[in-house]
Design a protein around this ligand. Sequence first.
Ligand code: FES
Length: 77
Amino acid sequence: MTLLDATLAAGLPIASACGSEGACARCGLEIVEGESGLAPETERERRIKERNRIDPKHRLACRVRPETDLTVRAGYW
Ligand code: FES
């Protein structure tokens, strides 16, 4: 399950404009706790964030598959 799917399953709104294709970067979330349980950022994710001017510390929720519990934050929550 992606972080985007987990966020929606938790009943929280999350922005997405590309259908989870990893293109829009609207799903960027700040990882508050648990980042060590995530796979490292890929070069593609880094480029998408840069192109869309997303905070480099955020992760794209549709690209991330958490293996442990996370605490995340969106600027619009
Ligand atoms: S939903 Fe578009 S990049 Fe994640």
